[in-house]
Design a protein around this ligand. Structure first.
Ligand code: A3P
Length: 272
């Protein structure tokens, strides 16, 4: 019987699907995939395999909460469920909708230098367009229009952390949003993961041996349950060089926003 159902679609005995206990809300290109995969090392964590886009895409949101729960992985009673959708952080509707689902949910936000994030965002779109045989433009012509910084460029808009954070703080207290330093996660993942374990009240299970530096990839990779794996090749791509005067304009523009973000969260980062 059940011969037509592949074994992988059968739930492991004793497991079931649950609403997330925590959500990685962004930021796009902040290192969200790395954070999720690294947290998934923890035996008491199960992670949704793909980005769910429930709270930011109306066509999903209006399918209802049962649909959302159906997207979650099977978990055992001792495990918590985590999903990541980087689009939530910059979505004007996601904070209110997540709050309506669960006002005490723990939120994880991974951020990196917002200038670097713009370039990473451009790089991702560049490769997506190449794959789809669409025309591409040099990064400078996206960043500059008529000689001035094109602040309406989406990649720049997404790097205005203060603007988006203000929207989250209307619904959630600051201590419910744990900020992971995405730049540190690249160079030294363990301490960032240990801070997340504490924030989520998980027993400390992630250890130094779970990470090893892969020279070829140029990034840390994961060792867990006897298996070694690096993130997909689209994670950790080289960035294009950017004209220095253009870069300066971008940095200057983001500087004020960074300052106001630091004031909002009562913490500073190495980004100038
Ligand atoms: P780049 O590809 O621009 O270097 P996201 O998963 O949110 O899209 O973030 C992608 C970014 O995660 C990558 O951006 C990379 O810098 C960062 N990252 C952090 N740790 C990584 C790791 N161990 N392997 C690969 N990429 C990692």
């Amino acid at each position: 019987e059940n011969a037509s159902i592949p074994p992988s679609s059968l739930p492991p005995p004793g497991s079931s699907k649950h609403m997330p206990h925590s959500i990685i809300i962004g930021v796009r290109k902040g290192g969200t995939r790395a954070l999720l995969e690294m947290l998934d090392i923890h035996p008491e964590v199960t992670a949704a395999a793909t980005e769910v886009h429930f709270f930011d895409w109306d066509e999903n949101y209006f399918k209802g909460l049962q649909w959302y729960q159906d997207q979650m992985p099977y978990s055992f009673p001792n495990q918590i469920t985590i999903e990541k959708t980087p689009g939530y952080f910059t979505s004007p509707v996601a904070p209110e909708r997540i709050h309506a689902m669960n006002p005490s949910i723990k939120l994880l936000l991974i951020l990196r230098d917002p200038t670097e994030r713009v370039i990473s965002d451009y790089t991702q779109v560049y490769f997506n367009r190449l794959e789809n045989h669409k025309p591409v433009q040099a990064i400078e012509s996206m960043l500059i229009k008529n000689g001035v910084l094109n602040s309406r460029y989406k990649a720049i808009q997404r790097s205005l952390y203060d603007v988006h954070m203000r929207n989250w703080l209307r619904f959630f207290p600051l201590d419910q949003i744990h900020i992971v330093d995405g730049d540190t996660l690249i160079h030294d993942p363990l301490p960032e993961l240990q801070r997340v374990e504490r924030f989520l009240d998980l027993p400390p299970r992630i250890v130094a041996d779970n990470f090893y530096f892969n020279q070829t990839k140029g990034f840390f990779c994961i060792r867990s349950e006897g298996l070694e794996r690096c993130l997909h090749e689209s994670k950790g791509r080289p960035h294009p060089p950017v004209d220095n005067t253009v870069l300066k304009k971008l940095r200057l523009y983001l500087k004020q926003h960074n300052r106001s973000f630091f004031a909002l969260i009562g913490r500073t980062f190495k980004w100038q």
